[in-house]
Write a protein that binds this ligand. Structure first.
Ligand SMILES: O=c1ccn([C@@H]2O[C@H](COP(=O)(O)OP(=O)(O)O[C@H]3O[C@H](CS(=O)(=O)O)[C@@H](O)[C@H](O)[C@H]3O)[C@@H](O)[C@H]2O)c(=O)[nH]1
Length: 483
């Protein structure tokens, strides 16, 4: 904890979140690499000696503290029992990053659909806010209160493993004790601007994301080889090529020979690049070890409410509007609500795929319910509609006017290095074929998002709105001030 406080104080980014939860030298056995450990000590045997019998609800900390049933017991009284679908018994899903924006909504959705759910999270997203002086538009409860409230409302338990997937021993223990059928991996540093603050944040992002995913792949190989990996990738892996974007693969004829190859990747931040590296590692392990995996190349997510999160204030999701973690449409709604000009970066012709958070949770459910085959590396483009930044600005301006808000769009110098006018046409049919029923961005949806922002506008810190992370100015000196 001393480390945590000093990190918050100095703004020093952590190289690994494990630093927070485990004093140095606390383990007699430090894992340098899985291969090291496997040859010196039989890892399965080592961990099975330490593991506990499965329990209905667990909270396991990185240091393998005793199992706690406290949340269950406190919450069980007076709960409304939802029917559990019979097939759920064998459907155990581990949601890595289940305390974050997409992860929390997904964990609840899967739980409500009858899956057994365990959240694995190191809570580092909350720490980033402390370090940078940021805050969600919406007040969010602790993960413990969230899970307790869910249990009291629905009777459904969510297991909790608090720790870092970069710490393989922790991850191995979570896998062995939980025995997941599917792993949904949201547990990555997901902000492009965060990864461009300074050298150490760039290194943190790539280390955290790439090594975390590599550890998940090793854990599947070693402990759960049938387990289906559903990995959150990004549409940003493709960049903005001047040809149509396919779903993962493109068939090319070159010098008279034809092959179907991974679609070219042109990511444009250290964050987006980390996802490219992940995709390569996953594709390789599918081939080499027969892992089954689905890479969900997700677009920009908007919205905040899902059927489950709106059941109670304590289930409320986070809503980022700042220049580091806030994404385009959500930011514009908050800006409109507080009378701040909409921050269109550069010419505003940047076009991306977008989707409602209610579709994120639906897509993940569809991927889990229709798993990839052993050895298959499946790629789905996960978005429902394309918009340019200018499109979004004019939609928000119109919706704002209906609510009596005076909204203006302002072109601000683009802090990023990206094409501001370009061709963009990305395929997104595979999830539709599996049955996705999209929530498209209608007037009424935009009205409700704006109303939501208006409801919480007193919580907005307008100093966090303008972008302050520059792709070109990134340097080696640690930036300790609010980004
Ligand atoms: O106030 C703003 C904010 C953003 N933009 C522009 O809007 C576009 C999208 O930016 P964003 O911040 O909404 O989204 P991005 O940085 O691309 O990242 C987000 O969306 C990605 C999907 S995608 O964009 O790569 O398809 C996810 O992978 C990330 O985790 C998520 O943070 C960019 O061209 C950006 O320059 C503005 O013009 N004004």
């Amino acid at each position: 904890m001393a480390d945590l406080l000093s990190s918050c104080h100095t703004g020093r980014p952590l190289h690994s979140i494990t630093e927070l939860y485990r004093p140095r030298n606390a383990w007699t056995l430090r894992l340098k690499s899985a291969a090291d450990l496997t040859c010196k000590f039989p890892l399965k045997a080592l961990i099975s000696r330490r593991s506990r019998p499965p329990t209905r609800q667990r909270t396991v900390y990185a240091t393998a503290a005793p199992v706690s049933r406290e949340i269950d017991d406190q919450a069980a009284s007076g709960s409304k029992q939802f029917p559990v679908e019979s097939s759920s018994k064998s459907k155990k899903v581990m949601v890595i990053g289940g305390d974050g924006y997409c992860g929390w909504a997904t964990a609840l959705h899967l739980s409500s659909k009858g899956y057994e759910v365990a959240i694995v999270d190191n809570l580092v997203r909350r720490l980033f806010d402390h370090q940078l002086g940021l805050s969600s538009l919406t007040p969010i409860s602790s993960i413990h209160d969230r899970i307790r409230r869910w249990k009291s409302l629905t009777g459904k338990s969510i297991d909790l493993f608090i720790g870092d997937v970069c710490d393989f021993e922790f991850l191995a223990e979570a896998f062995i004790s939980y025995e997941p059928n599917s792993v949904v991996h949201f547990g990555e540093q997901r902000s492009a601007p965060y990864s461009m603050i300074d050298r150490s944040r760039a290194v943190f992002t790539q280390h955290n994301n790439v090594i975390g995913t590599l550890n998940v792949l090793f854990a599947i190989k070693e402990f759960a080889e049938e387990c289906h990996l559903v990995k959150l990738g990004t549409m940003g892996e493709y960049g903005t090529p001047n040809i149509d974007i396919e779903e993962g693969y493109i068939t090319i004829t070159h010098n008279g020979r034809t092959d179907t190859l991974p679609y070219p990747k042109q990511a444009s931040s250290f964050y987006h690049l980390s996802k490219v590296h992940d995709s390569n590692n996953i594709a390789f392990t599918c081939k080499a070890w027969g892992i089954r995996a689905t890479d969900l190349n997700q677009g920009v997510v908007y919205g905040v409410r899902t059927d489950e999160t709106e059941m109670h204030d304590e289930l409320c999701n986070r809503f980022d509007y700042d220049g580091v973690f806030g994404t385009a449409l959500n930011r514009f709604c908050v800006q409109a609500a507080v009378g701040h000009p909409l921050t269109v970066y550069g010419k505003g012709g940047q076009t991306r795929g977008y989707l409602d958070i209610r579709d994120t949770v639906q897509c993940v459910e569809l991927a889990i319910a229709n798993p990839a085959k052993p050895g298959e590396f499946r790629v789905f483009n996960q978005f429902t509609e394309q918009f340019s930044v200018n499109d979004l600005a004019s939609l928000v301006t119109k919706a704002g006017a209906k609510l009596g808000l005076e909204v203006q769009a302002l072109s601000v110098p683009n802090p990023r290095v990206e094409a501001e006018e370009h061709y963009y046409n990305a395929k997104h049919t595979k999830l539709m074929e599996l049955g996705l029923q999209p929530h498209l961005l209608s007037d009424s949806l935009l009205d409700s998002l704006l109303n939501f922002a208006v409801r919480f506008r007193d919580r907005v810190d307008t100093a966090q709105i303008m972008p302050s992370v520059s792709w070109k100015k990134i340097g080696v000196k640690p930036r300790t001030v609010a980004a």
